[in-house]
Design a protein around this ligand. Sequence first.
Ligand code: GZL
Ligand code: ZN
Length: 339
Amino acid sequence: MIHGRKHISTQFRIILCILITCCLVGCGAQKKKSSQFEEGDGIIVGFSQIGAESAWRTCNTRSVQEAAVQRGVQLVYDNAEQKQENQIKALRSFIAYQVDVIVFVPIVTGGWDNVLQEAKDAGIPVLVTDRKIDVADPSLYAGFIGTDSLKEGRNAGLFVLNKFKNARERFDDTGEHVNIVELFGTEGSSVALGRAEGFREVLQTHPEFRIIYSESGDFLRSRGYELAVEFLEMHEDIDIIFSHNDGMTLGVIEAMEERGLAPGTDIVIITIDAQQAAIDALREGKVNCVIECNPKTGPEIIKLAERLAAGEKIPRLQYVHEEVFYETDDLSLIEPRGY
Ligand code: GZL
Ligand code: ZN
């Protein structure tokens, strides 16, 4: 049984704001009216999550909720359903409710300065997790814990260089390129920008590679499928697909197989997250490289939130451990992924 809050629907979010404001005004801003939530002596953490767009995301949410229960932390959870404005509303309701700490996953890098200034003015520390933000004043948040998307992109580029070692010679002889399709994650998200940058950084000194198509599938399986239908129509000469997450990759595999194409053989596929379905595809030879992006950051996040609530400083930047799984590995050694 996960005690995390049911996601706050828009209507409830508005009622919650009104209720909380009335309570605060009515009873002289008494801290933390517990009428809406169970009594408990644990700290209260407002957790603004992007949505449930992928298996990675739902695993990440579960990890935080389970860690909060284990530590006796009261979690006020909001699912923004992929909309930044919902996240901003949720942060404002957390401020009105005077949570002890705010933890949030910024869906995109920009647009947070005002609401984070309001949190700072209210004396509520903010922990950013999973995705990074760009703010004018770095003191608007206490620190970041998450995955290193630049490194994930670089690892994808290094796999390509290794897999296509002879491409340069062919290019020098014939001018023939290795053609790459990129399935981009959510536009404006730090992880998609980081993965794209790291990938290009590794390949920039290798003219034999060229990206012939790059579109955002918003980390959604359905969009990955739709884009694959499009680019498979447009291009006969695709050598590599670099997909920013497994969800989109699963859509690509479906579209390729519908056309009688063999993913992982006819076209080399590199994918990021390492959910179980991607490891299964690696074992079946349908993808060639799976780069881990670790969603199980809940225990670390809750520990950092507790330290912030106790007035402690936390590390400014903390990356979690991640692996890369190659088709040439002993795939029987890979632990079940749990999502
Ligand atoms: C990565 C995370 C991304 C995952 C996707 O840290 O933000 O969002 O790669 C998820 O699966 O939707
Ligand atoms: Zn080269």
